[in-house]
Ligand binder design. Structure first.
Ligand code: MLT
Length: 264
């Protein structure tokens, strides 16, 4: 079922009386990146996915986005749906939103799953790369940037064995509104660093990382997990940055084991 909340397209699967999980997708993707997780988990959990402002079906407005605005959107969705301390699950940019949301309102959530993400803000090199990306979108259009960015996200195994799906993913994101994509780049470029907050996270935490993730590799994610009290760290085999799409079997197993332990 689809609902419009605060202008955003929000997708609901499963029984709303069950424990809820709210999923935040990465950049430059949309809610469909969580399909394999929603298909597997919605029998037991109320699964909420949505398109982050400016991406997928969600409106772009003036394209002037900040991480704070993305967290405001998340809070409004949680409140409007009356979710009772949902489990937060974010990948990469969705992880940035999740970490900042915890820093602002940890009490609203009961557990967190951080996939292929980092707590550090962009350094100078990262900021310049984002600026270069915006310039490239302005001069060449969105498609060439999206193709290169998504190609870098996925591991070789997925690209070789799931050519059609991979190309469909590129085609889908290539027709997003360029203003929304640039707005997300600006929001990521200007986000705050949440590293100092990691040791203040008190809720159960699962950290997931694709073994071949080129953007947020295990060498970045293991120390992140080590800074969070009691966090569990799982490396997903045969996967790049998009582990929930690339190896849904292992990701779902790790998530279900984690959720099972929360029930005890
Ligand atoms: C993502 O997957 O959301 C992006 O890689 C995040 C980023 O560019 O920092």
């Amino acid at each position: 079922m689809k609902e419009i909340i605060n202008g955003l397209s929000v997708f609901l699967e499963g029984n709303s009386k069950n424990k809820s999980i709210i999923f935040l997708h990465g950049f430059p993707y949309d809610h469909t990146m969580w399909k394999a997780q929603v298909d597997d988990l919605s029998e037991k959990y109320f699964c909420v996915t949505y398109d982050i402002r400016g991406l997928g079906e969600s409106p772009v407005g003036d394209g002037q986005f900040t991480m704070e605005l993305f967290v405001d959107d998340l809070e409004i969705i949680v409140d409007k749906l009356k979710l009772d301390r949902p489990i937060l699950c974010g990948l990469s940019m969705g992880g940035y939103i999740s970490l900042r949301a915890l820093e602002r309102m940890q009490e609203k959530f009961s557990a967190v799953i951080l996939c292929d993400t980092r707590a550090e803000a962009d350094g100078n090199e990262g900021k310049l790369k984002r600026a270069g990306a915006i310039k490239r979108i302005d001069t060449e259009g969105l498609a060439p940037f999206v193709k290169d960015f998504i190609t870098n996200c996925f591991g070789d195994n997925y690209k070789q064995n799931n050519k059609t799906e991979f190309e469909k993913r590129i085609a889908k994101s290539s027709v997003f509104n360029p203003l929304g994509v640039k707005g997300s780049l600006l929001a990521m470029l200007s986000r705050t660093d949440t590293s100092d907050y990691l040791n203040k996270i008190k809720i159960p935490t699962l950290v997931i990382c694709g073994e071949f993730d080129a953007l947020t590799p295990p060498a970045v994610m293991k120390p992140l997990a080590e800074k969070i009290n009691g966090a569990e760290f799982v490396v997903i085999k045969n996967s790049g940055h998009m582990s929930p799409i690339e190896n849904p079997g292992e990701v779902n197993e790790a998530i279900k084991k984690f959720l099972g332990r929360l029930e005890k």
